[in-house]
Design a protein around this ligand. Sequence first.
Ligand SMILES: Nc1ncnc2c1ncn2[C@@H]1O[C@H](COP(=O)(O)OP(=O)(O)O)[C@@H](O)[C@H]1O
Ligand SMILES: [Mg+2]
Length: 227
Amino acid sequence: MPAIHLKNVSFGYERQQALLEVPELLIEEGERVFLYGPSGSGKTTLLGLIAGILTAKTGEVEVLGKDLTHLSLSMRDRHRGSEMGYIFQSFNLIPYLSVRQNIGLPCELHAKRRKRITASSIDEEISRIASRLDIGEFLDRPVTRLSTGQQQRVAIARAVIGAPRLVIADEPTSSLDRNRQENFLRLLIELCDETRATLLFVSHDDSLMSRFDRQISVTEINTVVPC
Ligand SMILES: Nc1ncnc2c1ncn2[C@@H]1O[C@H](COP(=O)(O)OP(=O)(O)O)[C@@H](O)[C@H]1O
Ligand SMILES: [Mg+2]
């Protein structure tokens, strides 16, 4: 079964003209894919369709065995929360929660994520992942009292806890220097490998692409010519 299969998908915001027309995009389960393209080329929009945050105008968006175009918004939300970990460009951590609470959130919200934990408790799994990411000593701090690099690692932990089958990262390294980018990517890949999650990593920065099984250019899979 493919992790992601888009067929004849088109999408445009509101009444604007089509932004994306994708005849086909096929990503197999377990693949590590680097998706690239210039700023404004529709990378985040494509991720929104795959995550089920946005709805395609036409075509089929099959993600982990479900055709999202036939699901209601709330069913897509549940599918995303149970099966996907999403790392946003701006992390979207919850500022009034501690590091521990942020990391544990997907397990609080989604029984499937909770049930996949093999450690004896959620707290133990949070500690295990946090120490792998070198943020184990900050678990009871508010996330706002961490550095940018530490907050990014909290975002990785929150995305991988409870073994989601697909991890999506939208330009998570754009504010990091070169060494920290490499380190971030190494940790993310290691943690995805542990659970055999499919990894879809987006960046406009080509320097990281060699670490992936496959590189996909948004402008190549999209048949809409930008104006
Ligand atoms: N919510 C929105 N409403 C209308 N237009 C949008 C919205 N989000 C993005 N766009 C437009 O869609 C195009 C693609 O944006 P985006 O997918 O964010 O590109 P990228 O992630 O590759 O930088 C841009 O021209 C952007 O201005
Ligand atoms: Mg973007």
